[in-house]
Design a protein around this ligand. Sequence first.
Ligand code: NCD
Length: 335
Amino acid sequence: MMKFQGSHILSVSQFDRESVSRILDVAKAMIPYASRQKRCTVLEGAILNNLFFEPSTRTRVSFGTAFQLLGGFVHETVGQESSSLSKGESLFDTARVISGYSDVIAMRHPEMHSVAEFSKGSSVPVINGGDGANEHPTQALLDLFTIQAEMARFGKGIDDLNIVLMGDLKHGRTVHSLSRLLSLYNNVNITLLAPNELQMPDSVISTLSNAGHNITVTDEMAGNLQSDVVYQTRIQQERFASVEDADKYRGHFSLNKSVYEQYCKDHTVIMHPLPRDSRPEANELDVDLNDNQNLAIFRQAQNGVLVRMALFALTLGVDEKLSQFEKDVTWFTTK
Ligand code: NCD
């Protein structure tokens, strides 16, 4: 198992199966705190610097919420224009300085491998919140946590899973990281459903095939959605040369009630990292599925808090001390 304390979390390639399982177990131990049955102040006095140089809602807010749920303080920097990176400062120098003000840093940046570059200058753990089209390790962990929780309802696990990854698999960092994590499990059947030009990068496909998984590469929805999980993604408009280029692919694989009823199984779980593109021309995941019990997208987003709490506890070495710092919740709560 990897040593978590003091480590950066940059790529899912750092993990073996045992490390992933430890993260998911610690995430589960966070449920009472996130659901306000108890609170925990194990990180009281600690400081998270949240550096988000690319748009984000869930990832940024849930990193901050996760840290605060463990009693820590959160400082936010949003947008390159509000930091000295816009004055030509290197990622290394920024890291040297900001890490001096922090106990841990969460960072998102539009360039591939930029977070790893930044981490070289940091004296505290850096957690990758997405580096361009490369990786999004915390999203993949929360996706795996969600798959495990949703499959448990049907007495299944991650081994022997059938999953469809669909949409923009070329630029979608969440599906790159999730596929790499799935390569740690056994006998997963993966259908990669995308327009040919937006298929999964070869390097990710080789990782999956080296793991012995059964892979289907297709651009046909019909006949290919009979799965335990369908994981829809957004066309990553910001990674295309122009909006018109991205427009060509919008609306190709819309998942809605009638598609679900026609092609999915009764219990197919629907996932999406969010945000979903709800514009009529894209409508990749229709609101007419909102009442479907198997639509896991909001449970999935909620699980992000648990997984990020777990990563803070592990990298800051307090994962064994949670119960020592437990307190009662004194306010009215509906959770
Ligand atoms: C994803 C991302 O930023 O990669 N969003 C997220 O973090 N939940 C997916 C996306 O933007 O489409």
